[in-house]
Each structure stands twice: as structure tokens, then as C-alpha cells.
Design a protein around this ligand. Structure first.
Ligand code: F6R
Length: 608
């Protein structure tokens, strides 16, 4: 997490740094800071909390300098404080540094290379800046090369050195960082999208590479300090920063964009009444004869999409499938091999745990397929095959449209695998494809029918201290995501339970007035879920039921319902999640929460 930006140019760097940090604030917002050359020294300005605080400080101090670095922090080592805010300085003030990532051997360095050094902060970052000072030999590239040989972990570093007031240095290891050259100078940045207003292309800084940027030149070196050539990559317009288009929050805009996100994702995968996913190496022969098992690995909401994918791949394609949490999977000895298709789902394409899990699966010989929203991200780059979700840039920390687009890809994949395995006839594929193509319109209907109700129900839910979500099979998979949405933005404790599990312990928490949301779209086992609804109602639960048009007569006794259009049972998750996203949004709004930037979270999780 954390976002870093750097600017070299002929005019004042401060507005560029602040604008860049604004685009990067999704990466963390515990503190913000900038440092820039001013006369012979490097000056810094820092604040705890949001960028608006830093803006106020710089408006008052009016700093001016043409070369600078900036940082927006998601706290890992050391709490949010001015001392821990970046940039960090070496004691002589020769070096200033901003860092994204984690220096894993920070404690060991403090006991060995840096023994006796006093620190100004609790951060791991400070170790790197003191190492630069310790090994400085007049040549900054050589010094960086030496320092990165000592650092373990993932990091992107933006560096200023007092002896080179016209130069910006940077390096990266398993952490996103790009450099871009413009007519009058250039930038470094954690996210190419934040540079789209200034540059057409960028250079991704790969492991151990060092970049030296001045007004006139951009140079690259490998980790040993030898000069290298690099090719620029064009900035994808999909990464452009959007605005809120008049809505109070990005989350609302993004929920309303879900029909488009699903449509744009699905349409390229449909051809001749069936699924045709281009540019991926999943042949009928491979699916039929070599593929024995699918493992889906991801974090958070992407994992919840994976739970849906696993059920569909199992039931439609008759392939053994599992969904794994990346942070767990990466520390197991997974029983996978060349007959495993390992699917990694990630909006950002940067999530550290998912990336590490991908590397492990690759090492074990699995075929790698990733489902990613951000083009050119690390997960996409390291995958044998990539299917891009076309959700566009997602700014709100709580994902909505990217999750919906991930589901759409998983539906298509399940159908493709089923055809390859010979478990789905052409007629069924046609029917499912038709229904998949109709999903965007049905998501729109779901929004239109339920948005007002969601706002009304939110009045009650905002007073709750605990909310439970229950469902079975795919309804349970949807409950997991609905519950995460609720807790992450409204700060109300919530849990999702497989409906049949409640009586094995959690039922003891249900008392008069506790809200329980039952997802009961699964017609086949409606009766079973209904029994569980009765069990919680008997203990006084305040019940809200989500079901489909077809099943609505079964829930007519309930006062509070969200009814979603009928679709194939396999696709209902895509509809029932929508009113529950809206409910979370309005509940959080009612409570006055910071919806787009919930406390303690960040959009892209590049640390373990
Ligand atoms: C929750 C949310 C997170 C992400 C998770 C994985 O609303 O957005 O749970 O789903 O951090 O992120 P990506 O998809 O970028 O790998």
C-alpha cells in the first residue's frame, strides 16, 4: 500500500506532487508528506491524516522547488503520526526518501548494519535512508545498488540526494513503480494512471532496477548498477482518474456503473451463441484430457467471487474446484501440479498475497490464469493467461463493480470449462450465454427496483450493532460479500453464515431486534433456508429477505424484502448483491462514515 510520487521539471513541483497524491490517496490515507529541494537543502512538509491537511500546510508555507517527492501512507510499521509520515531523512539530511512496501529485515538491519543509529520514527523505511547515508560514495546509483543488496522484502523507493538537486532517483523490488519522461522533465509514481494527464507512456521499474531522472534525461540501471535500455509502455486510458460525476461518493457512482462493467466484460467473451474467450490457452483438448482440478485464489471480495466460481465450475463442468484465501494458500504445501488450473482474481492486480500465491502455484507447475482489472499489473504480467475485467477504474476502497465483473468472468469460464469437459450441451450453453448477456439489463432493473427501499431500510440498520447474513450454497457465497460490504464501510459488526450453521452456535447471539438478512433465492432448497429463517425469527430477529421474482410469493409474509429479477439460478448472486451493496452504502451514509475511504483500509494491498 502507500502511494509515492516524484516530479522533476522547470516549474514548481508542489502542485504536481499534491495532484499526484490525490490520485494515489486510494493506496492509503493515514498521513501524507512531500519533500523538495529548496535552495541548498531538502525541505519537508508532513501531516497526519488526509491530503487536505497537507494542502493546508503547503498553502500556508508556499514552498517552491522544481524537484520533489511525495507520499501517502497506509501505516504498517508504526502508527499514523507526523514522525512516521514520509519522507524520511538520513541524519545529515543528505538523503530524503519515500517508500511503499515492507522492508522485512528492518529489525536485523537495526542490529547489524545500523547498530547504534538513532531513529526519528518507528518505521522500517528509515533503515533504508540510513543505509544510503552509510554507503554513500559520491555515486548515488552505486549507493542504491549496494543498499538494495542489503534490503529484504518489497519496496518502491523515491530518493532525493542533496548533492544532486536536479535529480530524482528511484528503485523497486516486487512493488509497483513507474517512471515517465515528459518534455520538461518527468515523474515517478506508484500508479501509471495518476500520470495520464502528463505522459502518454511510462517505464515500469522492475525488480532491482534503478531509474535516474532529470529535466533532460531518463536513465536506467540494473540492480548491479549497469546501464540498461527500457521500452516505454503506453498508458491505458482505462486507468484515467474519473470524477464523481455529481454523486456524493465514488462508491455510489461505481455501483450504478455495474451494468456497464458487466456488459463491457461479457460482450467480448460471447460469440456464436456461446462463450469464446480469446487469447487464453484453454483448448478443448487441455480441458478434457489434462485438466483435473481448478483452484481459485484471491483475497477479500475477489475471494468471495472465487467462492461463487468454485461452486459453478464444480456443478457445471464437473471439475473438482476449490477457492482459497491467498494469504493462507501461500503458506501451505498445496497439492497442485501441471493438471491444476490455478485462477488468481484481483481487481488491482497488485495484492501481495495473491501475487505470492501465484508464484507458488507457478513453481508447482500449475497452469496460471488471472482475472484482473488493471492492465499491466504485476499479477497480469506474471500470468500465463489473463482475462481482463472491464470495470474501468475503481476508486472507492469497497469494491462493487469490479466484483460484479469478476463474477461475470467466472460464469463465462465455468461455461467454457463445461463445454470443454463435455458436461454442457450446445443448447444449454446457448441458454446460459443468452442469460449472461441479459445480466447488465437485469442489474439495472435490480438497482431501479430496490434503491429507494435500500435507503429506507438503512435508517433501521444504521442503529444496529451486529448484523447477520444467512444463505445456502450460492446464496451463502453472496452473503459473504454482502457482509464484508456492510462491515467495511458502516463499521457495524456483521457476519455471514451458511444458514444451516446458525444452530451450531451462532444462534445464541440472536435476540429481539437483531437484524438478520436472509438470502433465499435458491428455489431448490428454499424450504431449508426458510426453516432457518423461522429459527432466527422465533428468537426475535429483525428479518430482511432477498429473493427472486419467481420466489416472491414464498416470502409474502415478510414486511422487508428485496426482490430481484429472475435469471438462471447460477447468476442470481450478481443481482442479489446489488441491493445489499446499496443497503451498506446508505447505512454507512446515515452513520456519517467516510464511505470511499473507510478507516484502516486501502484500495490496493501490496503488503502481507
Ligand atoms: C473489499 C475489497 C477487498 C479486495 C481485496 C483484494 O471491498 O475491495 O476485500 O477485494 O483487498 O483486492 P484485489 O482485488 O485488488 O486483489
Amino acid at each position: 500500500m502507500c502511494g509515492i510520487i516524484g516530479r522533476v521539471g522547470s516549474d514548481n513541483a508542489v502542485p504536481y506532487l499534491l495532484k499526484g497524491l490525490e490520485c494515489l490517496e486510494y493506496r492509503g490515507y493515514d498521513s501524507a508528506g512531500i519533500a523538495l529541494f529548496s535552495a541548498e537543502t531538502i525541505e519537508s512538509y508532513k501531516t497526519v491524516g488526509r491530503l487536505s491537511g497537507l494542502r493546508e500546510i503547503t498553502e500556508r508555507a508556499t514552498p517552491v522547488g522544481c524537484v520533489g517527492i511525495g507520499h501517502t501512507r497506509w501505516a504498517t510499521h508504526g502508527g499514523p503520526s507526523v514522525e512516521n509520515a514520509h519522507p524520511h531523512f538520513s541524519h545529515s539530511k543528505r538523503f530524503a526518501l519515500v517508500h511503499n512496501g515492507i522492508i522485512e529485515n528492518s529489525n536485523e538491519l537495526a542490529e547489524s548494519e545500523l547498530k547504534g543509529i538513532e531513529y526519528n520514527s518507528e518505521t522500517d523505511t528509515e533503515k533504508a535512508v540510513h543505509l544510503l547515508e552509510k554507503y554513500y560514495n559520491g555515486n548515488v546509483v552505486e549507493t542504491i545498488s549496494k543498499v538494495i543488496s542489503l534490503l529484504k522484502g518489497s519496496y518502491a523507493l523515491g530518493i532525493l540526494c542533496k548533492d544532486h538537486p536536479d535529480t530524482l532517483f528511484c528503485t523497486a523490488m516486487s512493488s509497483p513503480l513507474v517512471a515517465a519522461k515528459t518534455a520538461d522533465g518527468g515523474f515517478i509514481c506508484s500508479d501509471a494512471g495518476a500520470l495520464s494527464a502528463y505522459a502518454d507512456g511510462y517505464y515500469p521499474i522492475k525488480n532491482g532496477e534503478i531509474c535516474v531522472l532529470t529535466k533532460k534525461s531518463i536513465e536506467f540501471y540494473d540492480q548491479f548498477g549497469s546501464s540498461i535500455e527500457k521500452k516505454a509502455v503506453s498508458i491505458d486510458v482505462g486507468t484515467l482518474t474519473s470524477d464523481k460525476q455529481g454523486y456524493d461518493h465514488y462508491m455510489m457512482l461505481e455501483m450504478l456503473q455495474q451494468p456497464d462493467a458487466v456488459r463491457d466484460t461479457v460482450i467480448p467473451m460471447i460469440k456464436n451463441n456461446g462463450i469464446n474467450i480469446e487469447n487464453i490457452d484453454l483448448t478443448d483438448d487441455y480441458i478434457k484430457n489434462e485438466l483435473h482440478e481448478v483452484v481459485i485464489v484471491a483475497c477479500g471480495s475477489a475471494y468471495h467471487a472465487g467462492v461463487v466460481g468454485k461452486q459453478l465450475i464444480g456443478s457445471l463442468a464437473n471439475i473438482r474446484a476449490q477457492a482459497e484465501i491467498a494469504s493462507e494458500f501461500r503458506y501451505t504445501e498445496p497439492l497442485i501440479d501441471k493438471h491444476t488450473l490455478a485462477i488468481f482474481i484481483s481487481q488491482s492486480g497488485e495484492t501481495a498475497d495473491t501475487l505470492a500465491a501465484l508464484r507458488l502455484a507457478k513453481q508447482k507447475g500449475a497452469k496460471i490464469l488471472s482475472v484482473v482489472n488493471v492492465c499491466g499489473s504485476a499479477i497480469a504480467n506474471e500470468s500465463d493467461n489473463v482475462i481482463y475485467t472491464k470495470a474501468g477504474r475503481e476508486v472507492a476502497v469497497a469494491t462493487t463493480k469490479a466484483y460484479s465483473a469478476q463474477l461475470a468472468v467466472l460464469y463465462a469460464l465455468a461455461i467454457r470449462l463445461a463445454r470443454g469437459k463435455g458436461t454442457m450441451c450446445a443448447e444449454t450453453e446457448k441458454r446460459m450465454t443468452y442469460e449472461l448477456a441479459a445480466l447488465p439489463q437485469k442489474i439495472q432493473q435490480t438497482i431501479d427496483r430496490n434503491i429507494e427501499k435500500a435507503e429506507i431500510y438503512a435508517q433501521r440498520f444504521s442503529k444496529a450493532t451486529d448484523i447477520y447474513f444467512i444463505g445456502r450454497r450460492l446464496d451463502y457465497a453472496a452473503s459473504l460479500e454482502a457482509s464484508l460490504k456492510m462491515k467495511e464501510i458502516s463499521y457495524i459488526h456483521s457476519e455471514a453464515y451458511a444458514a444451516g450453521e446458525m444452530k451450531h452456535g451462532t444462534l445464541s447471539l440472536i435476540e429481539t431486534g437483531v437484524p438478520v438478512i436472509a438470502l433465499a433465492s435458491d428455489g431448490e432448497i428454499f424450504g431449508k433456508t426458510y426453516s432457518n429463517i423461522c429459527e432466527v425469527m422465533a428468537r426475535g430477529a429483525d428479518m430482511l429477505v432477498v429473493t427472486t421474482e419467481k420466489n416472491k410469493h414464498l416470502v409474502s409474509e415478510f414486511k422487508n424484502t428485496f426482490i430481484v429479477p429472475d435469471t438462471l439460478p447460477e447468476f442470481t448472486v450478481s443481482l442479489q448483491i446489488v441491493p445489499l451493496q446499496l443497503l451498506s452504502y446508505y447505512t454507512a451514509k446515515k452513520k456519517g462514515c467516510d464511505i470511499d475511504k473507510p478507516k484502516n483500509l486501502a484500495k490496493s494491498v501490496t503488503v502481507e
